[in-house]
Design a protein around this ligand. Structure first.
Ligand code: HPA
Length: 235
């Protein structure tokens, strides 16, 4: 047990699929896993371990924002011997070249956050995800005929910004879309010598102001969940 996870040692798989929302973790377990068991409900940050096509997988929620995913990913990597975390989330598009429901795989994440400096004293603006994991996901996408945009994303600490400078972040840093967790996840994975990747579905656009309904979001997530699970069984 850790301060935030009550699961017994050995009850979490080597690969964890990590949505932000605990109810989405429940949805994935109920719809995709067999023989699944609830292994964590501290703070209702649900984790389920079960089987996907015979391979043991855990799906656990991260909560929203870098401090939250920073806690759970650290405890999973250091206390539960997890090797791979694949985040599955939603993002807002910074370019009109991305449409609602498009899939993005984060090659790296830019952030103005000081998470990495606070955590370990290093100072970086851009942190990479794991290349080996990304190649497995890209190859799986190709085999399944799914289109994935591979590029840089922005991990923001703030959802409600007074002056959203997304055009500058797109022009200067080539950030294609915004979410709120990956920079911390990639940092923790790198420090722990483990692997992390992040798959995102575009749920809204900062450019066109298009938005998805919660029902559409739920349905569009099937594509991403399937890609994450099919990649996980190849690891
Ligand atoms: N901003 C930050 N995070 C997000 C967004 C957004 O517009 N959409 C989905 N996650």
């Amino acid at each position: 047990m850790t301060p935030h996870i009550e699961a017994e040692k050995g009850s979490i798989a080597k690969t964890v699929i990590m949505p932000g929302d605990p109810l989405r973790a429940k949805f994935i377990a109920e719809n995709y896993l067999t023989d699944y068991k609830l292994v964590n409900s501290v703070r209702e940050m649900f984790a389920y371990t079960g089987k996907y096509k015979g391979k043991e997988i855990t799906v656990m929620a991260s909560g929203m924002g870098m401090p939250s995913i920073g806690i759970y990913s650290y405890e999973l990597f250091t206390e539960y011997d997890v090797d791979n975390i694949i985040r599955v989330g939603t993002a807002g598009a910074y370019t009109d070249e991305l449409n609602l429901f498009d899939l993005v795989l984060a090659r790296d994440a830019y952030s103005e956050s000081s998470f990495e400096t606070t955590q370990s004293g290093i100072d970086e603006d851009v942190l990479a995800s794991n290349e080996e994991l990304n190649q497995v996901i890209l190859n799986t996408a190709k085999d399944l005929n799914k289109k994935v945009v591979y590029g840089r994303i922005h991990s923001s600490d703030v959802f409600y910004k007074e002056n959203n400078n997304f055009k500058e972040l797109y022009d200067k840093y080539h950030c294609l879309a915004v979410e709120m967790e990956s920079f911390a996840l990639f940092h923790i994975a790198n420090r722990c010598h483990k692997k992390a990747a992040c798959l995102l579905t575009i749920s809204d656009s900062l450019v066109t102001h298009a938005e998805t309904t919660s029902e559409q979001r739920q349905n569009s997530l099937y594509e991403m969940i399937e890609l994450a699970l099919e990649s996980a069984i190849r690891l």
